[in-house]
Structure formats: structure tokens, C-alpha cells
Design a protein around this ligand. Structure first.
Ligand SMILES: [Zn+2]
Length: 223
């Protein structure tokens, strides 16, 4: 939000002598009364302006809350990052290919969580991705959780989920060289780097390691 200009917050009173009702007292008392009344009025104006500002922040927060709860900003699984998003050497095909998501180390049966509120759009087997869940978060976002071993009961197309809900269990289905969770975020139909959405959920060390993976085809062992 735009900050409130400082002089507006101070709410200057202007020059008119609006305190002549205190003129009947001794000079000293009159000055003191005028000074106190002026200070009180200035404070009242400042409080009014700050309150308007806080009300505005509150309304922006309320309007965005619905959108924010749908954004995929959580780790989908508790496990270290194995492989990053981007171009890298494919471990099986031995050629440089685009890796459309990021991989987390996860033993078979590790709980996998919805990373934002949304609706299950697909759950089932899909080629090299193995057992897959797709969540539509609206606002243009879709997430994918691949190579699963099992779906949580009740997870089927149309099921509504909230951020943090258990949706399934990681595994090694599809074309993999070992068990892990492959996680994708699509924005308006195109894959984006999930690291950009995990900023509240990774340590600075992990972020640096992740950037290094991108430079060195680091840990290029999974799909
Ligand atoms: Zn992957």
C-alpha cells in the first residue's frame, strides 16, 4: 500500500484562532488551556487518519485472504530437495531435457500434503508420472504430485482439499530410478519453478544448494 504522507498523518491544525473561548481566564491559564485543547484535537485527527488507514489494510487483507489460501506455498512432503526445476541431464535417456518440477527425497509411504486450497482435478495413473494427483487451486494454479504409491481415501476428482490436507503417499510408480516425490506447479498452463513458491518453507542453506543444482546438473538422478 502507499504510505500516508507524513504531514497528512501529523494533521496540521491550520492558523485560525479557534480557541478564543479560553480568553476569559488569566493569560497563563488561557495559554495552557489553548495549548491543551489544540494538542487534543491534533491527536484526535491523527487517530482518525490512522484508523482509516488500518481499515483499508484490513479490507485489502480480507479481499486477498481467499486468494492467498489457494496459493501453493507449502512443502508437499517432509524430505530434502533432490533435484531442481530446469534443464538437466536425464539420468536414463542421457540427454539434456527440461525437468518441469522439483524432486523431494521421500521413502515409499511418506505422507504427501496439498500445498494450497483447491479441488482434485485428476487422481490415477498417467504414464511416466505413475500414480498422480492434480489439484486445481483456481486463480490459474495447478499442482501435480507424481510417482505416488497410494491415494488417501476420499481423494478423487471433485474432492475439495485445504492446504496441509493429507492427499496420498509417495512412492516409486512410473519411470523413476528410486522412490521420491516429483512436484510441479503450473501457472496458466505452464510449469513454473516451485522454489519461487516455497520461500516461507525453506532454509537459506537449502535455497543456495538448490541454486547450485541448477548450475551443475546436481543430483540428476530422478525424473
Ligand atoms: Zn521430478
Amino acid at each position: 500500500m502507499e504510505p500516508i504522507p507524513y504531514d497528512e498523518r501529523l494533521a496540521g491544525a491550520g492558523g485560525a484562532d479557534i480557541y478564543n473561548r479560553f480568553d476569559g481566564y488569566s493569560n497563563e491559564a488561557s495559554e495552557l488551556l489553548k495549548w491543551s485543547a489544540a494538542n487534543l484535537e491534533t491527536l484526535e485527527r491523527r487517530i482518525g487518519i490512522q484508523k482509516l488507514s488500518l481499515d483499508e489494510i484490513k479490507s485489502i487483507y480480507n479481499n486477498n485472504q481467499q486468494r492467498l489460501s489457494h496459493l501453493p506455498v507449502m512443502r508437499p512432503v517432509d524430505g530434502m530437495i533432490l533435484s531442481n526445476y530446469g534443464m538437466r541431464m536425464h539420468p536414463v535417456l542421457k540427454m539434456r531435457l527440461m525437468h518441469e518440477g522439483m524432486d523431494f527425497r521421500a521413502n515409499i509411504g511418506t505422507p504427501v500434503f496439498a500445498t494450497g486450497n483447491g479441488t482434485i482435478r485428476f487422481s490415477g495413473n498417467r504414464g511416466t508420472l505413475g500414480l498422480l494427483i492434480e489439484i486445481d487451486h483456481s486463480h490459474g494454479y495447478i499442482t501435480r504430485y507424481a510417482h505416488l504409491s497410494k491415494l488417501e481415501s476420499g481423494i478423487r476428482p471433485g474432492t475439495k482439499v485445504n492446504r496441509g490436507d493429507l492427499i496420498g503417499y509417495s512412492g516409486n510408480s512410473g519411470r523413476v530410478s528410486g522412490p521420491h516425490l516429483h512436484y510441479e506447479i503450473l501457472k496458466n498452463g505452464r510449469s513454473v519453478d516451485p522454489i519461487q513458491y516455497l520461500f516461507t518453507d525453506i532454509t537459506p542453506q537449502e535455497y543456495l544448494l538448490y541454486k547450485r543444482m541448477g548450475e551443475e546438473d546436481y543430483y540428476a538422478v530422478n525424473e
